[in-house]
Design a binder for this molecule. Structure first.
Ligand code: GLA
Length: 390
């Protein structure tokens, strides 16, 4: 058990108001920012995210029946109520309750218990930023519900899988496992090199002088699930074309040698994954050496590949990334982060540059006639955990 933070406190207070008693526990799971290794996770590849200090908190207490009653503070007063059981219905696309219904349905499928519960959900990850509010909700719910039902230390990989299953079957996004693993395994002041085939997690330190900046592009990520699922299908087509189990198994020579008869778009999707896997492993080695310049170069190349080969960036994000890279020079680098189509940009820079970058951003936004957008220095934080109720 850890000490409360502001959103766990908010969840506890709202639980008292909504249900008139003390919650039994509060679970919390963080969002994440990915430094590099984008659209590689569902290709069995490598990613390098860190967990953030922002996340989702869920206060819960047991019920005497097999029902779940839940209130999501950020979605109004409604209390959602449903029966546990073999067939928990999915609500219309986009309904917040689908995340919860999916976790309740998923836990038993992965050998974890679930029982009747009252709960209150709240979070402090801004929606539409690409910082994984959805995975943090899923992991917090899985950890909390399994713990409430008596599982004393649920395996974090299993929690991540339950949250991914819920996304696939209840939310409608065929996501990989990066976000959920990052949320379950986060470490203070460290990034995590994920091998998305073995699900091994290697903790990677930051060069002492490095700061991670997250800057919003001003464009909220829209309805991207269909584009995401399409990219995933194209990667599966490419793997079938090259006759490999996953694009992870393709190297640059094989990519070129087997290119005949492959349409240009599918070839470029595959090229992104092959080159991004190599860049991600190089980036982790660069961090081991404390080499911010090499990390930055890998991040810039990643952005170009996501823009040109994978085609998941948008002009507003490209403009912000180009601007940041111009200001940062070879002291670090910036790129889009997350699934794409808007949201935030990530930059790794020497701490001493943060003030100058923020000043330059003021000029950037006013030249676009836009209000100043969110810009913060991220502090990599621990993964999912339970909080004591005071
Ligand atoms: C989203 C998905 C992840 C991953 C990224 C792209 O965040 O949830 O599984 O595929 O996009 O790297």
């Amino acid at each position: 058990m850890t000490m409360p933070n502001p959103i766990t406190e908010r969840a506890v207070q709202a639980f008292r108001q909504s249900f008139g008693r003390e919650p039994a526990l509060v679970s919390f799971a963080p969002g994440r920012v990915n430094l590099i290794g984008e659209h590689t996770d569902y290709n069995d590849g490598f990613a390098l995210p860190c967990a953030l200090e922002f996340g989702t908190a869920v206060a819960m207490g047991q019920r005497n029946d097999a029902r779940i009653a839940a209130r999501a503070l950020d979605f109004g007063e409604e209390i959602g109520l449903f029966e546990l059981g073999d067939t928990i219905p999915v609500l219309k696309t986009g309904h917040w309750q689908n995340h919860l219904r999916g976790i309740a349905a998923g836990l038993p499928r992965f050998g974890l218990p679930v029982r009747g519960a009252d709960l209150v959900i709240t979070g402090d990850i801004p929606q539409g930023t690409g910082l994984s509010s959805s995975a943090s909700l899923g992991v917090a719910l899985a950890l909390g519900l399994a713990s409430l039902a008596g599982e004393s230390a649920p395996d974090p990989r299993t929690l991540a899988r339950v949250a991914q299953w819920s996304e696939h079957h209840y939310v409608g996004c065929a996501c990989g496992l990066m976000d959920q693993i990052a949320s379950a395994f986060g470490e203070p002041a460290r990034a995590l090199l994920l091998d998305c085939r073995s699900l091994e997690v290697r903790s990677v330190g930051f060069p002492g002088e490095a700061a991670i900046m997250i800057v919003h592009s001003g464009v909220t990520r829209g309805l991207i699930d269909s584009a995401y699922n399409e990219r995933r299908a194209q990667c599966a087509d490419a793997a079938a074309h090259y006759d490999v189990a996953a694009l992870r198994d393709l190297d640059p020579a094989g990519l070129e040698a087997g290119r005949a008869d492959l349409d240009d778009a599918t070839y470029r999707r595959a090229r992104h994954v092959v080159t991004e896997n190599a860049r991600t492993q190089l980036a982790a080695l660069a961090m081991d050496r404390g080499d911010l310049a090499a990390l930055g170069a890998a991040m810039r190349a990643s952005h170009a590949s996501l823009r040109d080969d994978f085609e998941v960036s948008i002009p507003a994000v490209d403009a912000l990334v180009d601007f940041l890279n111009e200001v940062i020079g070879d002291c670090g680098g910036a790129r889009m982060t997350g699934g794409g189509f808007g949201g935030c940009v990530v930059a790794v820079v020497p701490q001493g540059m943060v003030g100058a970058i923020n000043l330059a951003l003021d000029t950037f936004w006013s030249s676009k006639g836009m209000a100043r957008q969110l810009s913060l220095v991220a502090r990599p934080a621990p993964g999912a955990r339970l909080f004591a109720v005071r």
